[in-house]
Design a protein around this ligand. Structure first.
Ligand code: FES
Ligand code: FES
Length: 176
């Protein structure tokens, strides 16, 4: 039997009736149409489904939607400003941090979480943060370079973070 769940996603509140067995990633993609959050495995390993849940990066295939009741969720759609790219997205573009792009939303949400906690990470810290995110195209070198570039641009103010990007508890990125 469905349960009523309240989720604030990218700053917008939703009341949804969901079966207790359904995953947060399913509700995001199928009920809310937020298909930027990907499903890349059945084993909670790939990280393509990463979102920001109450200020921390989580794999949304490991969370039941009913567990997220009352929470704030940030997805790649909320990170993306209406008129351009978030500095992390821009850095992935400039540093060729993607090939097929399937892993990219998860990589970017993990990077947003890292930079919110650590605005100036070392390459080792970036690599450690990405241990839960797989890139089947194996473009890790450029992904690390992109996150390092984004960190530099956000810290120096070259990449201003638009207000929309703050939805879903990524505001510390803006402050960083
Ligand atoms: S789809 Fe969630 S970890 Fe792979
Ligand atoms: S860019 Fe293809 S899986 Fe990462």
């Amino acid at each position: 039997m469905a349960e009523r769940v309240s989720l604030t996603v990218n700053g917008k509140r939703h009341q949804l009736d969901v079966e207790p067995r359904r995953l947060l990633v399913q509700v995001l993609r199928e009920d809310l149409g937020l298909t930027g959050t990907h499903v890349g495995c059945d084993t909670s390993q790939c990280g393509a489904c990463t979102v920001i849940l109450d200020g921390a990066a989580v794999k949304s295939c490991t969370v039941l939607a009913v567990q997220a009741d009352g929470s704030n969720v940030g997805t790649i759609e909320g990170l993306t400003p209406a008129d351009g790219l978030h500095p992390i997205q821009q850095a992935f573009w400039e540093q060729h941090g993607l090939q097929c792009g399937f892993c990219t939303p998860g990589m970017i949400m993990t990077a947003a979480d890292l930079l919110a906690r650590n605005p100036d990470p070392t390459d080792g810290e970036i690599r450690h943060a990405l241990t839960g995110n797989y890139c089947r195209c194996t473009g890790y070198q450029n992904i690390v370079a992109a996150i390092r570039t984004a960190a530099d641009e956000i810290r120096t103010g070259a990449g201003a973070v638009p207000a929309e990007a703050e939805a879903g508890a990524t505001s510390a990125v803006a402050a960083g």
